[in-house]
Design a protein around this ligand. Structure first.
Ligand SMILES: O=C(O)CCC(=O)C(=O)O
Ligand SMILES: [Fe+2]
Length: 313
């Protein structure tokens, strides 16, 4: 039907299917005048219902998100205890001295010094400048040498430039920072530090808002670290840039049944947690700027232990 035909059907002159004015309620009187049958009262009720639903959804969502660690607060130490998932508890119970008293998470902003954070940020920038994913997420693993490049990975130690861009001091700082996180995890979860080992992969990450090109760029999916990285028993993240200042989006979210707990990245913030399904989590998509972090992971299994990364000769 053309516009003309439609308009002529609805024209006031065509009274065949228009009810008599007096038999209709007030809201319909006007409709009759224009020749269009619209029940304004019904529409208003529907609109109110939609608004009520939107308000309810908004508040239920708001209730479901708790800011566990805000960017602008300096946290000495904050923690949450959670029951270990059955599979995690079953696995770690075989490793004496490495079984946590309780599973959970902890955040501390005072463990790592600002100069150490700046030095690590600088290492990440230098190393990742030699490569970089064509999508939004790049990694550099100083231990294996894995570096994102385009849609794949290369070994940074096979690139000539790597021979001059890193110094012994870079690796010293990495080991020192790793040592402090190792001790903090052992203290918090009441472990024997001699039974807790650095494991692979342990890597710098750089995230930008660039659209993903491969699955390696899809960092935002909810996951359990123990399932993604088999050797992990304790995960730690050290943030090297500030949420809201250096980048937008990119907050870390623990997905819990009652309410999600969000950690906003802050320079020098360490977030450490047991790697089982009690700590399902995801990272919100980065929508602006550049986000840098390091994942430093630990295992109870000596078979998966790795040495600290070293400057290759
Ligand atoms: O960068 C982060 O905040 C978390 C990354 C993460 O969940 C992972 O590498 O498994
Ligand atoms: Fe993770």
């Amino acid at each position: 039907m053309t516009v003309k035909q439609r308009n002529s059907r609805k024209s006031p002159g065509n009274t065949k299917d228009v009810p008599k004015v007096d038999e209709r309620n007030g809201s319909e009187k006007e409709n009759v005048r224009s020749g269009i049958r619209i029940d304004w009262r019904r529409i208003a009720i529907r609109l109110l219902m939609i608004i009520a639903i939107l308000v309810a959804v908004y508040f239920s969502k708001a209730n479901k998100m708790v800011l566990f660690a805000k960017q602008n607060e300096e946290i000495k130490k904050k923690s949450i205890e959670i029951s270990c998932s059955e599979d995690y508890a079953e696995e770690v119970r075989h490793f004496q001295g490495c079984t946590p008293k309780k599973c959970g998470r902890m955040v501390s902003d005072l463990l790592i010094k600002p100069a150490e954070v700046a030095a690590l940020h600088n290492i990440a920038e230098r190393g990742l400048a030699l490569g970089g994913s064509s999508g939004g997420a790049s990694i550099l693993d100083l231990h294996s040498g894995a570096l994102s490049q385009g849609n794949a990975f290369v070994n940074i130690y096979k690139l000539d430039a790597s021979k001059t861009i890193f110094t012994g001091q870079d690796f010293k700082i990495y080991s020192h920072v790793k040592g402090k996180i190792h001790q903090a995890i052992a203290d918090h979860f009441e472990l024997d530090p001699r039974q807790l080992f650095l494991t692979h992969p342990t890597f710098f990450s750089r995230i930008t808002p660039a659209p993903p090109q491969t699955v390696h760029d899809e960092y935002w999916h909810p996951h359990v670290d123990k399932e993604t990285y088999e050797s992990f028993h304790y995960t730690s993240l050290l943030y090297l840039t500030d949420y809201g200042r250096d980048f937008e989006g990119g907050r870390f979210v623990f997905i819990d049944k009652d309410s999600n707990k969000t950690v906003e990245p802050r320079k020098g913030r360490v977030s450490a947690f047991t790697s089982g399904s009690e700590n399902l989590h995801h990272v919100e998509p980065v929508t602006g700027g550049i986000r840098y972090a390091i994942t430093v992971s630990f295992t109870c299994d000596p078979k998966h232990a790795i040495e600290d990364p070293k400057l290759p000769r």
